[in-house]
Write a protein that binds this ligand. Sequence first.
Ligand code: EPZ
Length: 418
Amino acid sequence: MDRLIIRGGIPLRGRVEVGGAKNAALPEMAASLLTGESIRLHRVPQLGDVKTFIGLLSHLGASVERDDRETISLRADGIGQCEAPYQLVRTMRASVLVLGPLVARFGRARVSLPGGCAIGPRPINLHLAALEKMGATVSLDAGYVEAKAPRLRGARITFDGQTVTGTENIMMAAALADGMTVLENAACEPEVVDLAELLNRMGASIEGAGTPTISIEGVSHLHGAEHEVIPDRVETGTFMVAAAITGGDVTVNRCLPGHLEAITEKLRETGVVVEETDCSIRVSGDGPLRGVSVRTHPYPGFATDMQAQFMALMSIAQGSSVITETVFENRFMHVNELVRMGADIKVIGTAAFVHGVPVLSGAPVMATDLRASASLVLAGLASQGITTVSRVYHLDRGYESIERKLQGLGADIERVAE
Ligand code: EPZ
């Protein structure tokens, strides 16, 4: 397992380019199961989760080739079986995204229940209830969910709670169902919109993606398509915070500022200067940081995937802030490690009470989940002294060569094999 060694206190300066969005690429790779024709995806980042998903699709019998650094070609014309095994699903909850496509195209799927992860139990009850409304018979057996349907039928489905992958799973299933499906209380994330764009390019008939009501008119088959994945808004936000927390001046290129309005608004409230063009964001933060409170919320609210990174920033702000996590049950795993670096944070229920301190101290810390890892790297960049972040495989799931990109901005950071 690799470690990152960071010598903090250097203001980051320069330009950095973000990759394609992990949370758009994964459902779009799953969408390839809906047709026997070739799907070509551009701007697919080389991430741990993408590699895991390629392994899962290959296990099912699809062929997946990485044509170059950013492009993969997928073709699900040789699907030999419809089971997603536990040893693959347990490492990545997003594996559940094969459920809808497999049932829609092959009439059956056997997918291991994802089990919990560091940030919460991660149930899929909303996915399963929706499939049942579409006529699937769903049963649980030895830790697996089995779903069968000769042909799914369109239905009106109101999600009891907003679920991103649940919306994506059912949107994909409905694309090949018989008749019209209307999803109410659907997730509005940009990744849902991007998936709908790919599905429509494949011949689907989807309207309303990005709003709480999505209509999908089922078709008899879907064909091949080519698509470029949207930029990763969480990677973008992470580099924005990196500029702010080090008092630097960083321009993030090839991004979509419109996907980060809530983050930008909160950063500006702290006193950070944020300037946007249609495809870049410049963040300069050499003034004092004010404490600002945040509540995470489904899009377009403040993204839960940016909560840990923002907390690292608030750890060195002047004054106090309350950071409330409303989406996941246990997404404060970074708090104890930040406290070991000198942060003053107390968690009561779903709220973290942060009192800013003048400076953090470098320390050996351990990554526990993807965004907590990012938070620790950001804290290390702002700390006095050396920070060693271990178990960075968590980080590699969602950030491509983050140390190389940070080195390009002047950070003193290196990766060593443990
Ligand atoms: C997606 O996870 C993202 N992952 C997560 O990103 C992100 O944090 C999350 O959406 C929220 O924005 C991918 O897109 C691959 P949810 P997802 O279903 O779909 C509960 C990262 O860091 N729920 O929207 O799994 C659930 O427990 C990852 O990149 C049910 O109760 O999240 C959670 O409390 C982490 N039953 C809430 O809803 C269900 O059937 C939101 O979950 C489904 C969800």
